[in-house]
Design a protein around this ligand. Structure first.
Ligand SMILES: *Cc1c(COP(=O)(O)O)cnc(C)c1O
Length: 285
């Protein structure tokens, strides 16, 4: 099994993270998760560009281009002969004796590895449970930062309670899940939080907005109040690894009829078509 370690493909057992890596000590870094279908990195460019952008937002300037990085990730997938799974890629500010302020000359540490993905087929087809949590995160949720402490705490709470996701509510409005974006069907319109500093603008979210446009579904990027969510006709969430999962139970009560709704199923179907289309297109190119 190979991993990417600062530009080189090396054996996983030979990869060592420095104990003074700022990612390890401060969570001072950013990351991406990319899905591999049919041996192809799905929406590779979008993820790589977002990684560079997250890094830039925290003052990490990566040497090399987006296409250099894309090439390395493709080599990693090929080296591990991965056909279906995922890639985790992380950038940290660098290695230095532990103090909060840093020197601009630090060398960013870039690591990536492949992993197996267990598609949540049961949840995708039958629907999943969700709970509500207060969104107590910082105000730069648009950066895919390594600092996931609050996300971890709330996901763990939800998981212990038998739920698939915790849906976060800030000042009475739904922002997103701990690791997913959230959508509700209200009066026949799909609504999701606008892409601003309060959410991570998911690549899956962007693709679903395309699916909506292609299918002529009415969609609005407007805030959903907690009350609206609690009586929505349909709710679903999206992420790279979960894809599209219907939420059929919220806070112990059924959503709509308590089964995946028709609009959700159409979006799921449209997204699967997109995966199929794009994964086949890039293999033949
Ligand atoms: C990664 C992430 C998402 C989903 O983004 P995708 O690009 O679709 O995987 C949503 N919310 C948070 C907080 C995330 O970290």
């Amino acid at each position: 099994m190979k991993v990417l370690y600062n530009g080189d493909l090396i054996e996983k057992k030979d990869a060592r993270v420095d104990i003074e890596d700022r990612g390890y000590q401060f969570g001072d870094g950013v990351y991406e998760v990319i899905r591999v279908y049919n041996g192809t990195l799905f929406t590779l460019k979008e993820h790589t560009e977002r990684l560079f952008n997250s890094a830039k937002e925290i003052g990490i300037y990566l040497k090399g281009t987006v296409s250099d990085m894309e090439e390395k990730l493709k080599q990693l997938v090929a080296a591990n002969q991965l056909t279906d799974g995922g890639v985790y890629i992380q950038v940290t500010r660098g290695v230095a004796p532990r103090k909060h302020q840093y020197n601009d000359s630090l060398i960013p540490q870039i690591t990536a590895y492949t992993f197996q993905v267990k598609k949540p087929v049961q949840e995708q087809t039958a629907g999943a449970k969700a709970l509500l949590s207060e969104d107590l995160r910082w105000l730069r949720c648009d950066i895919k930062s390594l600092n996931l402490l609050y996300n971890v705490m709330e996901k763990q709470k939800a998981s212990k309670a038998g739920a698939f996701e915790a849906i976060l509510v800030r000042d009475g409005f739904v922002t997103e899940g701990t690791s997913s974006n959230v959508y509700a069907v209200i009066d026949g319109v799909i609504r999701t939080h606008p892409a601003n500093n309060l959410i991570l603008n998911g690549i899956t979210r962007r693709k679903l907005l395309e699916v909506c446009a292609e299918q002529g579904c009415s969609v609005e990027e407007t805030r959903i109040s907690k009350e609206e969510l609690l009586c929505a006709q349909e709710i679903f969430i999206s992420s790279t690894t979960a894809e599209v999962v219907p939420i059929t139970e919220l806070e112990g009560k059924p959503v709509g009829k308590g089964v995946p709704g028709d609009i959700t199923k159409r979006i799921q179907e449209g997204f699967q078509q997109k995966i199929k289309h794009e994964s086949e297109a890039s293999i033949s190119s």
